[in-house]
Design a protein around this ligand. Structure first.
Ligand SMILES: Cc1cc2nc3c(=O)[nH]c(=O)nc-3n(C[C@H](O)[C@H](O)[C@H](O)COP(=O)(O)OP(=O)(O)OC[C@H]3O[C@@H](n4cnc5c(N)ncnc54)[C@H](O)[C@@H]3O)c2cc1C
Ligand SMILES: *[C@@H]1O[C@H](CO)[C@@H](O)[C@H](O)[C@H]1NC(C)=O
Ligand SMILES: *[C@@H]1O[C@H](CO)[C@@H](O)[C@H](O)[C@H]1NC(C)=O
Ligand SMILES: *[C@@H]1O[C@H](CO)[C@@H](O)[C@H](O)[C@H]1NC(C)=O
Ligand SMILES: *[C@@H]1O[C@H](CO)[C@@H](O)[C@H](O)[C@H]1NC(C)=O
Ligand SMILES: *[C@@H]1O[C@H](CO)[C@@H](O)[C@H](O)[C@H]1NC(C)=O
Ligand SMILES: *[C@@H]1O[C@H](CO)[C@@H](O)[C@H](O)[C@H]1NC(C)=O
Length: 554
């Protein structure tokens, strides 16, 4: 049968209009499903933004930290859902599953590759934005706090300090990080040498699983509770709140930043720092921020190394500790700023001196920029000659940043498999490579290429087999799931960089709790394949390494 021209026309019309019809119909069915599922009369349309809504773009961009992923060509969600209660999240999980719409969840939006609000591999997708899910209750008497995952770490710090000047929490130095993604991937900050990571201080959690059930630690079981403390966000469910253990902080702490250029012996000093940074008194955290700077108007450049530190004690004791273990830095009393813990978090986050701590409640994203980042771990000092080569690489970029973050102390006391975060005993320091820019018209490839070149240059000097990377410094160069059918083989590349052997236990937990892979993204943990036929994967699973591991763990 030959179709008539009018029926061709109507088919064409339907095809042309279908995106609108589909989106309208989808929105309609979604709203109906939400009401039906939650058995409530809550007006869900007031928390569902469609591209049609004038606030859509501002809501979408509100916490998008990496501006690369706000450009027009980047895929946008079909709707943004901003739940107010746990029952809303339960309903959205059930309805996304029923209607077959892919879901992404965002807390603070700091994901380096924007996986919390952009899906390059599946459409349509819905964004569940926890921006309104932010209550915090601090219980000083019991040394704990419940924090909802849409809160930032800065908000938590502030709420603790409102109640006590001698309690704190060991999470990120940057203070606009969302507690959902941040804690899911480990979370380190200026107290990691004394108290470990945030995940080492989590004692309970609430998660909404693939069936829409709300589970606490007891109900989810120890396997899942293990996996969500470091296995990175977006693979196991939606964490709605963490119960954290507060840690003691002294009423006086001291911070400083001392900068040395190449002309002032920066290379030699950094070599010395590498030998002692992980061995220092656990109260002392000294990281090194490395950048380029102009030395003269003739365009001569130099390297600046800024020793940026927090000490859990007063300036007098700090000076003694420094005299004993790192006299080469030449720290003086004038360099030291004695303050309280909450002000120290403001300082370490990079706010100007004397910024009032209330800034922590404003969710200001300090380093919002177009950027690409990568990470490494060093288990031995990088020789001076190699540092000189690194300086050459830095001179090739416009505004590069490299940060060395010291480990040791408490990090050495915790075994590699205690949590999914494996970079523990024997790790001297973590390295961040960062290229950022402020102009949308800049050549993105140039910046990305530069980070790859530095990373390649550093190969001989950092951890290997696997080359370790921090899951919270997400880097799609390490491999990715290319579609909804995550591949175990592909995922084991980035999976072992981030989690070492813990990756296999994460896969095991994933297979148990989400075998159909509802919670997924470009670097989520894959479940084991259900059917035969995926030959490579089956071979991989039956490989000795995996079986050995599997049999130990179950
Ligand atoms: C400028 C900057 C500074 C940083 N400083 C530090 C630092 O000092 N210390 C440190 O450890 N890290 C730091 N990071 C890394 C940071 O910890 C990670 O980017 C972290 O994932 C951010 O969490 P988020 O909620 O803000 O991110 P999001 O982008 O919202 O989420 C990150 C991932 O977690 C998933 N996710 C989000 N919420 C939930 C939830 N409720 N349940 C389950 N999954 C969820 C998302 O889907 C996504 O996959 C920094 C990052 C940036 C950009
Ligand atoms: C967009 O808004 C207009 C006017 O409010 C409405 O008529 C239309 O149906 C909406 N479209 C969608 C897809 O929601
Ligand atoms: C956008 O959504 C908000 C919240 O649902 C609602 O209050 C507002 O009226 C909507 N605006 C438009 C233009 O649809
Ligand atoms: C350094 O000098 C270059 C070339 O003269 C100039 O483009 C750049 O802005 C200068 N950078 C700083 C931080 O002053
Ligand atoms: C903390 O910072 C605020 C704002 O600058 C200041 O008023 C206060 O005195 C500081 N507290 C201490 C103990 O330094
Ligand atoms: C850490 O490593 C050292 C040296 O290899 C070893 O003696 C110690 O037992 C290890 N500690 C833990 C907690 O694994
Ligand atoms: C980036 O690297 C790729 C692959 O090596 C190369 O093809 C491309 O030209 C580079 N782009 C820029 C701007 O340097």
């Amino acid at each position: 049968m030959v179709p008539s021209s009018s029926s061709i026309l109507s088919i064409l019309l339907v095809l042309l209009l279908s995106p609108f019809i589909v989106s309208h119909a989808l929105q309609d069915s979604f709203l109906k499903c939400l009401s039906r599922t939650s058995e409530s009369s809550f007006p869900f349309s007031t928390v569902l933004y469609t591209p049609n809504n004038s606030s859509f773009t501002s809501v979408l961009q509100s916490s998008a930290q990496n501006l690369r992923f706000t450009l027009p060509a980047v895929p946008k969600p079909e709707f943004i859902f901003t739940p107010l209660q746990e029952s809303h999240i339960q309903a959205v999980v059930i309805c996304s599953k029923q209607l077959g719409i892919h879901l992404r969840v965002r807390s603070g939006g700091h994901d380096f590759e924007a996986l919390s609000y952009v899906s390059e591999i599946e459409s349509p997708f819905i964004l569940v934005d926890l921006a309104k899910f932010r209550s915090i209750s601090v219980d000083i008497e019991h040394n704990s706090a419940w924090v909802q995952t849409g809160s930032t770490n800065g908000e938590l710090y502030y709420r603790i300090s409102e109640k006590s000047k001698i309690h704190g929490f060991p999470a990120g130095t940057c203070t606009s990080l969302g507690m959902g993604g941040h804690i899911s991937g480990g979370a380190y900050g200026a107290m990691l040498r004394k108290y470990g990571l945030a995940v080492d201080n989590v004692v309970d959690a609430h998660i909404i699983d693939v069936h829409g059930r709300l589970l606490d630690r007891k109900a989810m079981g120890e396997d899942l509770f293990w996996a969500i403390r470091g296995g990175a966000g977006g693979s196991f469910g939606i964490v709605t709140a963490w119960k954290v253990k507060l840690v003691p902080v002294p009423s006086a702490v001291t911070v400083f930043t001392v900068t040395k250029t190449l002309e002032q012996g920066a290379t030699e000093l950094l070599y010395r720092w590498q030998q002692i940074a992980d061995q220092l008194d656990e109260d002392l955290f000294i990281r090194v921020q490395i950048q380029t700077a102009n030395v003269s108007s003739q365009g001569k450049r130099t390297i600046t190394t800024s020793y940026n530190a927090m000490f859990l004690g007063d300036a007098n004791r700090l000076l003694q500790v420094m005299k004993h273990s790192f006299p080469e830095l030449g720290l003086t009393r004038q360099d030291c700023i004695e303050t309280n813990w909450i002000n120290s978090t403001v300082y370490m986050s990079g706010f100007a001196n004397n910024t009032p701590p209330e800034v922590l409640l404003q969710r200001i994203n300090m380093d919002r920029a177009y950027f690409k980042g990568k990470s490494d771990y060093a288990r031995k000092p990088i020789p001076e000659k190699a540092l000189e080569g690194l300086w050459e690489k830095l001179f090739e970029a416009e505004s590069p940043l490299v940060v060395f973050t010291p480990y040791g102390g408490m990090m050495n006391q915790i075994s590699e498999s205690q949590t999914p975060f494996p970079h523990r005993n024997g790790t001297k320091f973590m390295i961040l490579y960062w290229s950022s820019w402020q102009d949308a018209t800049e050549n993105v490839a140039k910046h990305i290429n530069w980070t790859r070149k530095v990373y390649s240059y550093m190969t001989p000097y950092v951890s290997k087999n696997p080359r370790e990377a921090y899951a919270n410094y997400r880097d799609l160069d390490l491999g990715m799931n290319r579609n909804s059918k995550t591949s175990f083989v592909e995922a084991s590349a980035f999976g072992t960089n981030y989690f070492k052997d813990n990756f296999y236990r994460l896969v095991h937990v994933k297979t148990k709790v989400d075998p159909d892979n509802f919670f997924r993204h470009e670097q989520s943990i894959p479940p084991l394949p259900q059917q035969m036929g995926l030959r490579n994967e089956v071979e991989f699973i039956s490989s000795k390494a995996y079986l050995d591991h599997y049999s130990h763990k179950s």
